[in-house]
Design a protein around this ligand. Structure first.
Ligand SMILES: Nc1nc2c(c(=O)[nH]1)N[C@H]1C(S)=C(S)[C@@H](COP(=O)(O)O)O[C@H]1N2
Ligand SMILES: [Mo]
Length: 175
């Protein structure tokens, strides 16, 4: 039994790097959205014959990913609030995507390019909720990239603010 598990782990370890360009085998494992699509993630197909891909997410799919609660003040909210949502790194992992840059695009076509390394170094979330409630459009929802500003004071700078995209509607993985 244990041997089989070790074998499975080794096999997975060998196969995963091949999937890192979000190949269709990974995309096929994603559930289909049942609710309104609020985020579309797109990437280039890498390798011979690989096609570009798009992965649609509804709220339930995003909230099913590994996430966290980030309690912080921000320049855009009164006081300290609890933001929750999937880790940006978990979104990338769910797609087997290892691009160098995550481009987040807002409804108003504003976009920011974020090094994926930073999303591995810090628990940055794509917030779907503020104080447990969905973020309304009036409050720049439904998706707002939230850095853990209060936990990591070094993040409190203009570069981070410019990456704090609100009303995110699309993400692109750039290699
Ligand atoms: N959707 C969206 N998010 C955005 C922006 C934007 O124009 N649209 N501007 C970014 C930039 S460049 C900064 S510095 C901050 C600006 O926040 P402020 O307009 O409240 O100063 O939000 C960031 N997030
Ligand atoms: Mo900015």
């Amino acid at each position: 039994m244990i041997f089989r598990r070790v074998f499975a782990a080794i096999t997975l370890g060998l196969l995963l790097p091949l999937n890192l360009a979000a190949d269709p085998a990974v995309l096929d494992t994603l559930p289909a959205p049942e609710g309104e699509v609020i985020l579309t993630v797109a990437g280039q197909g890498l390798g011979a014959g690989a096609e570009d891909w798009e992965a649609p997410f509804d709220l339930a799919m995003l909230e099913a990913l590994p996430g966290r609660v980030t309690t912080t003040a921000t320049p855009w909210h009164d006081g300290v609030n609890e933001f929750s949502g999937p880790l940006a790194s978990a979104l990338l992992d769910s797609l087997g995507a290892d691009g160098a840059t995550l481009r987040l695009i807002a409804i108003n076509e504003y976009f920011a390019d974020i090094p994926t390394e930073q999303l591995r170094d810090y628990p940055v979330i794509i917030a779907t909720r503020i104080n447990g409630e969905p973020i309304s459009a009036r409050n720049n929802g439904p998706l707002f990239l939230i850095y853990p500003l209060d936990e990591f004071p070094e993040l409190f700078n203009e570069e981070t603010f410019s990456r704090s995209v609100w009303q995110i509607t699309r993400a692109e993985i750039l290699y």
